[in-house]
Design a protein around this ligand. Structure first.
Ligand code: C5P
Length: 426
């Protein structure tokens, strides 16, 4: 495993460390994967108590799960010994998160209707902890209107659904209904804690991200813009937030949903974007310029709509200010990641742009009809002071996560260097 990947795994472990999690197992064949989920959470440092329904015990024994979790498994409301140890109301209060994996169709129905006639349903009513469910059932059951209704009710109440996946099901059938794999559920749980509790490798960091195109007005109805979709910037904002940072997203016009926990400042022109960035970056230590900022704007924006009278029309353009170069000049302590959208000679152009703009890191990509803009995937050529790396074609979400991992590693290197420098001075 590479150093940065190890660092990321360590950070994830920290996110889960000492978290109080109830893993509830219900009656589905996917229950055989529950011990792996418990194992993954425990090895990441979480304190896990397992609750089983009566139906779950037909698929897997409580003994397996108590051995792995290190706590007796709870499966009855009427177990006097267990209640004396930690009553079910106490257990409901102890939990920061209840993960029901697998969650059967019956469990979803019972939760949707607020039942309280077994330990799990009672816990779910008695807790203020968040509820996460990983459904597992036959695809026809998942698609049934009754289940759809129950899911809609639960989503409306704030229950977080993880999956189900599409794929092979127990009865040698295929479809939507497969429980998401335990490692992926563990990652969602880690991200949940990073987002809501502010822990993670970028906890304590303030990040400003620019995204999307800008609009440079010609007159009240016309403007100059570009093809940027904003997807890379939004994915980076989400990845920074998931890593625990406080994120301000300064965005040109896009139709993308604002990632959870991110503060969005909407702007139109390059000048608006610069003003919003300069005010936000004063408190930040990380700046990511993923916006496709217009390089030129009309020298004058007409107050009234320009009439279609002349056969030819000229537009005089004037340069906009380079926002990211201004950030590096005014705030040299801020770590800056910029982008280079090139049509030819990607590597040299990217290296040169990093030097010219004095960026800590730059990610170059090819643009054009077959590349980048408006697409969900991309490939990047990343350059920093003493290294370079090609990131092969992947989704913008995956690339954003890798870029954040790389930033975390650079920040750790910078910290190590400044510690050594200050020790040498002593
Ligand atoms: O110079 P060029 O536009 O190719 O540089 C791209 C990088 O600079 C991107 O990170 C972009 O967000 C940033 N940029 C900026 N302000 C501008 C132009 C580009 O911050 N006016």
């Amino acid at each position: 495993m590479s150093a940065w990947a190890e660092l990321w795994v360590q950070c994830r472990m920290q996110t889960l460390s000492q978290r109080h999690i109830i893993v509830a197992v219900t009656g589905s064949i996917a229950a055989y994967k529950a011990p792996v989920l418990v194992r993954r959470l425990v090895e990441a440092g979480a304190d896990v108590q397992v609750v089983m329904t009566e139906a779950a015990k037909r698929f897997i024994t409580p003994m397996t799960l108590s051995a792995i979790s290190g706590h007796p498994v709870r499966h009855s409301l009427w177990d006097e010994d267990a209640e004396l140890n930690m009553g079910h109301i106490e257990l409901a209060r102890w939990a920061e998160l209840i993960v029901i994996a697998p969650a059967s169709a019956d469990t979803l129905a019972r939760l949707a209707h607020g039942r309280a006639d077994d330990l799990l349903s009672t816990l779910c009513l008695a807790t203020t902890a968040e509820l996460m469910v990983a459904p597992a059932m036959n695809h026809v059951m998942w698609a049934h209107p009754a289940t759809r209704d129950n899911v809609a009710r639960l989503v409306e109440r704030g229950v977080k659904f993880v999956g189900p996946d599409n794929g092979a099901l127990a009865e040698r059938e295929t479809g939507a209904g497969r429980m998401v794999e335990p490692e992926a559920i563990r990652d969602v749980v880690a991200e949940f804690f990073a987002e809501t509790r502010g822990s993670g490798p970028l906890a304590g960091h303030r990040v400003v991200v620019t995204a999307g195109p800008t609009r440079e007005s010609i007159d009240p109805v016309r403007f100059i813009t570009n093809h940027s979709s904003g997807r890379m910037g939004y994915a980076l904002a989400a990845a920074c937030r998931a890593a625990g940072a406080q994120v301000t997203l300064v965005s040109g016009p896009t139709s993308l949903a604002v990632p959870t926990g991110v503060t969005r400042v909407g702007v139109q022109s390059a000048a608006d974007m610069r003003a919003a960035v300069m005010s936000a970056v004063a408190d930040a230590d990380l700046f990511i310029g993923a916006a496709a900022v217009a390089d030129y704007r009309p020298a004058q924006s007409a107050a009234d709509k320009i009439k279609k009278t002349a056969e030819d029309a000229q537009l005089t353009l004037t340069r906009t200010r380079d926002i990211i170069a201004d950030v590096t000049a005014e705030y040299p302590g801020v770590f800056t990641l910029g982008f280079a959208a090139e049509t030819t000679d990607l590597e040299n152009a990217t290296r040169a742009k990093r030097e010219r703009k004095k960026l800590s890191m730059i990610a170059g990509n090819l643009v054009g009809p077959e590349h980048a803009f408006g697409r969900d995937d991309n490939s990047l050529f990343v350059v920093w002071e003493d290294g370079e790396r090609h990131l092969p074609q992947d989704s913008k979400q995956a690339l954003a996560r890798t870029l954040v991992e790389m930033i975390v590693e650079r920040l750790a290197d910078e910290r190590a260097t400044s510690n050594t420098d200050s020790q040498e001075q002593i």
